[in-house]
Design a protein around this ligand. Structure first.
Ligand code: M6R
Length: 602
């Protein structure tokens, strides 16, 4: 089991645990904060003989609700029940209140724990008391959100019950043994035969077989498949690099980041230690961040100023505190960080707090330092990002930043509730559009291979297309070690146009048709200007933008969106382009030279 957890560790590594049923009506649980090595050490010191049994569940955690700790690690236990959970149980708060009112003591800060207690109660006194499978179904029918759940019960040692909704779960079919995993890497050394489970499927697993039903108990079928990946490929979900896998995970990263943040007609943050009145009193916003997170902040500026009418400045975190910015208790400083540990951003937060400003953190890592020190937090739910280059975390940051903008507009009353709801609905449509872009990247990769020997590449955009240009250039620099620069297209004539020479590749993001008008026609003029000087134009534009197609040496269509949300789509071809150029040049896509995933020194 520990070996399987090691292969799942890339999905989360802030704590881990196992529960093993010994067959005589008892189960042994061990769980530890930190890397898997901590759990291994605990198991070793307990002695493997103290964990006898042939049925067990295990988990590696990436914290969402509740910081990493032994207490919050999975499995969660209630009487004879042990459960592991991946995802977010959105209605955990009322369920928790109901359990507490019934006298159940909850010991963790997680959303997951409620599932264990609900099953314990169902098994004790529910309509299907004593029936393990029916009781699991009864619990699953009460849960909202996204979840993969596996239930065990000490009095039913030969059986596991599992289910999935919007998060992964695969079944491994062995000879006289069965497996479950978030992906096939968990069991590939034991079997190559697997079954993909559908949405809201419940699987009952025994050593010699399995049954799949829907939530009502009606039999249904999974999709059997043979795994032909080797072990290394399986860990990367069959992709050559983690970065490619992470690009493909972007629809889920955006959808998961939105999940649970619009309740009863209102945008809700994850943690808010400032009053609504304080939020209403904000009169200026600073965004501080580094690298890609900074670019996501630049996108946010357009949304925040447009929706809230508050002045918003975006600052490179390492510059912020050294220039003595004007801050007071009516200033909101939004700190954006995937890792939550970036030293420059952390110091900017500390400086802001020392000047009495309020701090809101947008972060992907629960329990990390920046959200700990902030007054309010909105977590991105991109999951662990292994590739050094930010991809899914970046799109999740942009998404969370929009939610921050809407939360501020709601608090200040600059948007009516129905307008906030309408903006949220637009956001909810984005994962589908992102999926379309992810599914159509092959032509971009072909362009990348063609241009892999270029000395330099320029990226142009206007409005939110400008930060997108900067992000495109950063991706190419950090992965392919190629000179690349991003410019606001209107700035060209003020100097950079001197860089244009015959054959120079220039990427341009066109505003969507919705924004066609001044912005669109100005960019068309910019394209004419650089083409006249020999540039090769690679244009990312809304499908059906026939005005710009004839001006494009390469045309990359993306789905329609509003102008503000377009970076969620237009960035993706840049990620794929940079990864492919890096691969074509023989570089390590996941670990570019000189870089670290989190920069914890100033
Ligand atoms: O963990 P953070 O979001 O604070 O990291 C910020 C930057 O170091 C990070 O975005 C960096 O620029 C990436 N390598 C970009 O791909």
């Amino acid at each position: 089991m520990v070996e399987a957890l090691r292969r799942m560790e890339y999905r989360g590594y802030d704590s881990s645990g196992v529960a093993v049923l010994d067959g005589s009506g008892a189960s042994r649980v061990e769980k530890k904060e930190g890397k898997l090595a901590n759990l291994e050490a605990a198991l070793d010191s307990a002695g493997h003989d103290s964990f006898p049994g042939t049925t067990g569940i295990g988990h590696t955690r990436w914290a969402t609700h509740g910081r990493p700790s032994d207490r919050n690690a999975h499995p969660h236990v209630s009487g004879d029940v042990a459960i592991v959970h991946n995802g977010i149980i959105e209605n955990f708060a009322p369920l928790r209140a109901e359990l507490e009112a019934a006298g159940v003591e909850l010991v963790s800060d997680t959303d997951s724990e409620v599932a264990a207690h609900l099953l314990m109660c169902e098994m004790a006194s529910g309509p299907h008391a004593g029936d393990f499978v029916a009781s699991c179904r009864a619990v699953l029918n009460r849960l909202e959100g996204a979840f993969t759940l596996v239930f065990s019960h000490a009095a039913h040692p030969g059986t596991l019950v599992a289910a999935r909704r919007s998060t992964p779960l695969v079944l491994g079919v062995g000879k006289g043994e069965m497996f479950l995993g978030s992906d096939v890497a968990a069991f590939i050394e034991h079997t190559r035969e697997a079954v993909e489970l559908g949405q809201d499927n419940v699987v009952v697993l025994r050593a010699d077989g399995y049954e799949i039903t829907d939530l009502a108990g009606e039999p249904t079928e999974g999709r059997p498949f043979h795994i032909d990946w080797d072990l290394a490929a399986a860990e990367k979900g069959g992709y050559d690099y983690f970065m490619l896998k992470e690009i493909a995970e972007q629809p889920a990263a955006v959808a998961d980041t939105l999940l649970g943040h619009f309740q009863d007609g209102r945008i809700v943050l994850d943690e808010q230690r400032i009053s609504d009145q304080d939020l209403r009193d904000i009169d200026k916003v600073f965004i501080v961040a580094c690298g890609s997170a900074y670019h996501s902040g630049m996108v946010a500026k357009y949304a925040i100023e447009h929706w809230t009418r508050l002045p918003c400045e975006v600052e490179i975190a390492s510059e912020f505190r050294y220039r003595d910015p004007v801050l007071d208790r009516s200033t909101l400083v939004v700190a954006i960080s995937q890792s939550g540990e970036t030293a420059d951003t952390l110091e900017a937060v500390r400086h802001a707090k020392s000047q009495k400003a309020r701090v809101l953190a947008v972060c992907n890592t629960n329990g990390s330092q920046i959200p700990r020190e902030a007054d309010a937090v909105l977590y991105t739910h991109a999951g662990p990002e292994i590739g050094v280059a930010s991809t899914k975390a970046y799109l999740a940051q942009i998404t969370a930043n929009y939610l921050v903008g809407l939360a501020l507009a709601q608090a200040r009353g600059t948007k009516y509730p129905d307008e906030v709801a309408a903006e949220f609905r637009q956001l909810e449509k984005m994962p589908e559009a992102i999926q379309k872009v992810v599914d159509s990247l092959d032509p971009v990769r072909e362009i990348a291979r063609e241009l892999a020997d270029s000395k330099s590449v320029l990226f142009l955009g206007r409005h939110v297309g400008y930060p997108t240009a900067l992000e495109g250039a950063l991706k190419l620099k950090e992965l392919a070690y190629m000179h690349a620069e991003g410019f606001p297209a209107g700035e060209l004539k003020h100097g950079p146009i001197a860089l244009i020479e015959d054959g120079l590749p220039v990427f341009i993001v066109m505003p969507p048709v919705e924004g066609r008008g001044v912005l669109h026609s100005k960019l068309v003029s910019n394209i004419q200007e650089i083409r006249a000087r020999g540039a090769r134009t690679i244009v990312i534009a809304e499908e059906g933008d026939e005005v710009v197609r004839p001006l494009s040496d390469y045309f990359i269509p993306i789905p329609a969106s509003t102008t503000l949300l377009q970076p969620l789509l237009a960035t993706i071809p840049y990620q794929a382009f940079a990864a492919e150029v890096a691969a074509a040049r023989g570089y390590d896509v996941d670990k570019p030279r000189n870089l670290a995933k989190s920069v914890t020194v100033e």
